[in-house]
Structure formats: structure tokens, C-alpha cells
Design a protein around this ligand. Structure first.
Ligand SMILES: [Zn+2]
Length: 476
């Protein structure tokens, strides 16, 4: 995950000092296309290139964060003007979560079928979850997280629950006495992406629907056990107006699409791999793509698409090069091959998290993807290479092998940062890359560790996990 794009001018290692060291962009791309499959040959390649990552890792540490003990954090992400049913409850006090209190969930989810009816006033979300208990025969209450939504209906095995069968408040839906054994849980909710200014969960900005679910945004989409150790296979059905939202994207492979009455259309996406809900993604809007093909070492042809507003498509050539280079490098150096038929990247200007590694649907802020030879510096090209690689490498370190809980955030981020640093080192100058990373370490992490924002790599507790997305955990 990458967050909050900041200009690189704040780096001690000024980009101005790099001018003249690196070849012009078109030439750079031609160089890149000659990459050998030998990992050794990556080293010293473009030896004069300076790699300055502009991803979450590099810059987040300079963003003001709130001290972890603050009791006011929850309020900072409240949305505005929602219907009365979803207003913040008077008694909602933030809860401190402790590592020592970790317990395995009482229930696991096998499959999740989601249906989104995208609307201009509200979006209706239907979920059908195959639930099974961790311990056969036990049936404690099922506690689901949910925030800023209206509950429309709850069914178990096709039968609507009575009001006394469940409890709903502003943060939870609790099924009081679920059946023993496996059952299907169906929930319908209404959410309001147009009013979601927290930019967590599903939100609409500049005409496009977009999601951000790490760390705990999925609970703003539907009621769910919003924790990383709940891994399920997702199928996602999206319906929306075809003229307003001609592109409908989610995780996995596109298995069906078609037109509907009333100027609408639909798409069905299926992700065959289990994933935690923080990796769920949906994008709908007016986007166009740069398309390419990558053939894996086992011969799988993977369609690559980088989606942007139409005017930005010409600026995605280097991002596409970077993605293909990352896929090849991960095969050569780590033996890791991409595992689906399609890999999508979306780059939109309204994504304020920097970049996010949603399974097969990475979402970026445009600043981390777009470059044109007329305006981009060499440092811009290097930064795009690094951050495209970082999010792609998460496909294995973070996505397929994921965290048990958020106290393990540094495992997925630290390992993936190591991998993207190796990638950038192999593609450019290892020495210069290391100098740049140490420079950032000294300029960002050292001051953080010396001040009130200091925290352990693995915190013992948190109130709002978002406050731990600092350079300390993510990038060094
Ligand atoms: Zn990351």
C-alpha cells in the first residue's frame, strides 16, 4: 500500500541534482526493453540511473500523523450528511485493540458473492456469504463490522430474519443465534458513495466510483468480518448506467458482461483465489486503457491494462514498461509467476492513498503512474518504476501470503519494500539506490523515531490502524 503523494522536492536528494545524469525518456524505454532474463544482468543496468521511489514508502513519513493514544481519531473520518440511520452514535467510543487479545474468528467465510447496483443517490449492495464455524457444532453470535450504511434485509438460508434475531448499531450487525454448521448469510445494504468523503470503502469522485479498503474500509461497503484472517473467494456483479460508467472493474477475471434494459450494463468478475476483504476493489467510470500482453515463463498469456481518463493514456507508456519489467524480474529473481489471466491498473487523480495493491486491480494516484518525455524528470521515471513494481510484488508478498492481523503489517510491507528496492537496484545502480534510501531513512525515519510519532515496528495496540502507515512500518 502506498499513501498520500507528496512532491519529491522535499527530499534531501534533490531531483535537480540528477538532471543530466540520465538519458531522455524515450531512450530510457528503449534501454529497458532490452532487459535480459538473467537477474545478474539487471545489476549495473542503467548504472547512471538514480532510483528515487515516490511511493508510500518514501514519503508517508513526512505526513503529519496523529499520536496513537489520541481518543479523537475515529471522528476524523466521519462522513457528512448521511441519512439519520447511519449517523455516528452518541455512545460510540473508540476501542483500543491489543495484540495480546488476538483470538481466532468464531466463523470463517468460504465464498462471497457481491452485487452492486450503482446509482446516483445510493448504491445497493447485496452480499451472499457462505459461513462455516471454526468449531463444528458451536454457534456463538456472529459479529459483523459495518459503518455508514443502512441495513435493508438479512436472511439465513433464504429465510428473512426477524428483528429480534439480530442486533444492529452504527458499527455492527450481530446475528444473535446463527445455525450450527454451514449456512448462507444474505445481507442487503444501502450505501452512499457520493457522500463518502472519508475516501474509505466505496466512494465517488470526479464521476468515477472507486474503492479503498485497506485497512478497514470494507466495513463501509457491507457488513462483514473486516479482519485479514477472513479469507474468501469473491464473485462480484456490478450494474450501472452504461453511458456514465462504461468501464466496470473488480478483482480477478472478467467472466461475463452484457447490456441491460434502461441503458444499463453489467459485468461479473471472479477471483479464484481467497483473499482478505482489504484487497477487494471496484472501479466504475469513464476510463480508457493502454493494453499489452505479458507471457509468463510457463506460457500463460496475461492481458495487461492501464486505465486512466482518456487524456492521460499517452502518458502510461513507462508505467506499462515498468509493469512488464516487474513481472519478468519477479519470475527471474524470486521464481514468482503471475497467477491470473488479467492484470489491471487504474490511475485516477482522486485516489488519495498513493497506491494500493488490490488483487489484480491495483489503484494508483495519477502522479505515481503518468509520465511524458516533455515534462517528466529522470527521477519521475525511476519513481514510477519503483512504485509500479512495489504494488505488483504485493501480489505474492501480502496478497497470496497475507497477514493474520494488522499487527503484522510490517511483514507484508517490509518484505515488499525489500523486493522493490532489489528491483530498482537491479534495474539501475544499486549503490545510488541505497544512498537514496539511506538519505530518506535519515531525513524521515530518524526524526520520527526521535519525536512523539515514534512507535514500535510491531505495535502492541492501536485505536485506528491507519495511524501506523508510517515510514517506520512501511518503507525501511
Ligand atoms: Zn506496500
Amino acid at each position: 500500500m502506498a499513501r498520500l503523494v507528496l512532491p519529491s522536492k522535499t527530499l534531501a536528494f534533490s531531483r535537480k541534482s540528477l538532471l543530466g545524469l540520465i538519458s531522455p525518456a524515450p531512450l530510457q524505454i528503449n534501454y529497458f526493453q532490452k532487459i535480459s532474463k538473467s537477474s545478474v544482468r539487471y545489476r549495473h543496468f542503467l548504472s547512471s540511473k538514480v532510483i528515487l521511489r515516490k511511493n508510500c514508502c518514501a514519503f508517508y513519513s513526512s505526513v503529519p500523523a496523529v499520536k496513537k493514544t489520541s481518543r479523537n481519531l475515529i471522528c476524523s473520518v466521519a462522513t457528512e450528511d448521511l441519512a439519520k440511520q447511519v449517523e455516528e452514535p452518541k455512545m460510540a467510543m473508540p476501542t483500543e485493540i491489543f495484540l495480546k487479545d488476538y483470538k481466532k474468528p468464531d466463523y470463517y467465510f468460504d465464498t462471497v458473492d457481491l452485487k452492486f447496483l450503482l446509482g446516483e443517490e445510493k448504491t445497493i449492495v447485496s452480499s451472499k456469504i457462505a459461513v462455516f464455524p471454526r468449531t463444528e457444532g458451536s454457534a456463538p453470535p456472529l459479529v459483523l463490522d459495518g459503518l455508514d450504511m443502512i441495513l435493508v434485509s438479512v436472511k439465513i438460508n433464504g429465510k428473512a430474519l426477524k428483528e429480534e434475531d439480530y442486533h444492529v448499531d452504527a458499527r455492527h450487525l450481530i446475528i444473535r443465534s446463527p445455525p450450527t454448521g454451514k449456512y448462507d448469510l444474505e445481507i442487503v445494504t444501502e450505501i452512499f458513495p457520493q457522500k463518502n468523503t472519508s475516501l474509505e470503502g466505496l466512494y465517488k469522485s470526479s464521476g468515477n466510483f472507486c474503492t479503498q479498503c485497506e485497512a478497514e474500509g470494507f466495513r463501509k461497503i457491507t457488513y462483514y468480518q473486516d479482519r485479514p484472517d477472513i479469507m474468501a473467494k469473491y464473485t462480484v456483479h456490478i450494474e450501472g448506467d452504461k453511458s456514465l460508467y462504461p468501464v466496470l472493474l473488480s478483482n480477478g477475471n472478467l467472466v461475463e458482461e452484457g447490456d441491460l434494459e434502461g441503458g444499463k450494463h453489467y459485468a461479473i468478475w471472479e477471483d479464484p483465489f481467497k483473499k482478505p476483504c482489504y484487497l477487494f476493489a471496484l472501479v466504475a467510470g469513464q476510463l480508457q486503457s493502454r493494453d499489452d500482453i505479458f507471457t509468463t515463463r510457463s506460457g500463460r498469456r496475461v492481458s495487461l491494462r492501464i486505465w486512466t481518463p482518456a487524456d492521460d493514456v499517452p502518458k502510461t507508456a513507462h508505467a506499462m514498461y515498468s509493469l512488464k519489467a516487474a513481472m519478468e524480474w519477479d519470475e527471474d529473481v524470486f521464481g514468482l509467476e503471475y497467477d491470473l489471466d488479467l492484470f489491471n491498473i487504474v490511475a485516477v487523480p482522486d485516489f488519495n492513498m498513493g497506491a494500493m495493491e488490490n488483487k489484480s486491480l491495483n489503484i494508483f494516484n495519477s502522479k505515481l503512474v503518468l509520465a511524458s518525455p516533455e515534462t517528466a524528470s529522470d527521477a519521475d521515471y525511476a519513481a514510477i518504476l519503483g512504485v509500479i513494481g512495489h504494488e505488483y510484488f504485493h501480489n505474492w508478498t501480502g496478497n497470496r501470503v497475507t497477514c493474520r492481523d494488522w499487527f503484522q503489517l510490517s511483514l507484508k510491507e517490509g518484505l515488499t519494500v525489500f523486493r522493490d528496492q532489489e528491483f530498482s537496484s537491479d534495474m539501475g545502480s544499486r549503490t545510488v539506490k541505497r544512498i537514496g534510501d539511506v538519505s530518506k531513512l535519515r531525513n524521515y525515519q530518524f526524526p520520527q523515531d526521535a519525536g512523539p510519532m515514534a512507535h514500535p515496528v510491531r505495535p502492541h495496540s492501536y485505536i485506528k490502524m491507519d495511524n501506523f502507515y508510517t515510514g517506520k512500518l512501511l518503507y525501511f
